[in-house]
Design a protein around this ligand. Sequence first.
Ligand code: ASP
Length: 401
Amino acid sequence: MPLSRRDFVSGLALGALGSAGAGEARAVEPLPKQRMQAASRPIIVAAGNGYEFLEGAYQYLKGGGDTLEAAIRVVAGAEDDPEDDSVGLGGLPNEEGVVELDASCMHGPSRRAGAAGGVRNIRSMARLAREVMLHSGHVMMVGEGAERFAVARGFKREDLLTEASRKVWLLWKEAHSDWWGSGVADPRWRERLQERLRSDDGAAYYERLQRLAEDLAIDPAARTAAIHKVLFPPTGTIHCSTLAANGDMSGCTSTSGLAWKIPGRLGDSPVIGAGCYTDQDVGSVGATGSGEENLRVLGAHTIVENMRHGMTPFEAGMDALHRIARNFNNEKERLLYVDMKYYVLRKDGAYAGVSLWTGYEPGQPHTIAVHDGTPRLEKTVSLFEGASQRWPPTPAQKVAS
Ligand code: ASP
């Protein structure tokens, strides 16, 4: 049965009825369960980079598996993939070249949550977030303490910086530093000096990066992408929300955060209510994109609450995007440097993928991965038409985008 706004509103009114004297607890009716019916078959939604891991998780969920374990299976697929430089092994590092990871999860049936942020050397961050939930009295742990907790719980320490990510980091470092890269003793110093002096010109700056990439022996096929990551520090994350046939729901988000970030920076992904929020009476939501902006609207929680009050997944997600736009007085000139995607799954199986912009690149739309018996990638619906630009603008922006 579809959820009606009137049902919700009347349910809320019930909760607000009745007056209580000073110090007395107000009687609050529980939210009637029948207002939102669970879908009769499992559904998984995820960020686009979760697509290839949907099938295994779906079969597990269909066989009666736990919803959080199913979500973690999707997320762990990306964490273990050294080619995915947005999360786990091979994630792009912070400005010191160290990979720092964040994750959060919520388990609907037990109404528990766990999160870990700014963690080094531990690849399986989604599992670590669950470990915090299951084996500590805390909800969130960060940094060294979280790493030691992981090791105590049997996680393996490993170097997460792959050769490919290390080289892109070096390229970023050399492009922005006076002292990394070749100096005046280099036999090619005159040529290099000319390149530097001309580098406020977009095309020349781009050429300089090409030259540095060549020096660093970055694979020619990977050079353009590497340069793009230097020019526009990428975000990148994976989220997954799951719904089982019995109505159980869970969600999980994992990330290496913003590339080249200041060590210690946390984005939205490890924050319960921002990067991930699940209330299985209503739905489960996750976010990827500009973490700083999502933190300022607590997007995942906002969207779940919007659905609780009767909005459809699409309306609920769009409302959160409008709030981000409002934080910039709706000035497109600034919003162009922000992007946000929400993956929204309601308890009755309705879902939506919404984004601030159509994609990061023209012709490469943001997507939501869905499996409800058939795995597929669907384009998100965006608030604004067009591709976002990465911050900061550089002389090469015109050339590279
Ligand atoms: N939201 C993540 C963060 O800001 C990055 C991303 O989703 O791409 O850390």
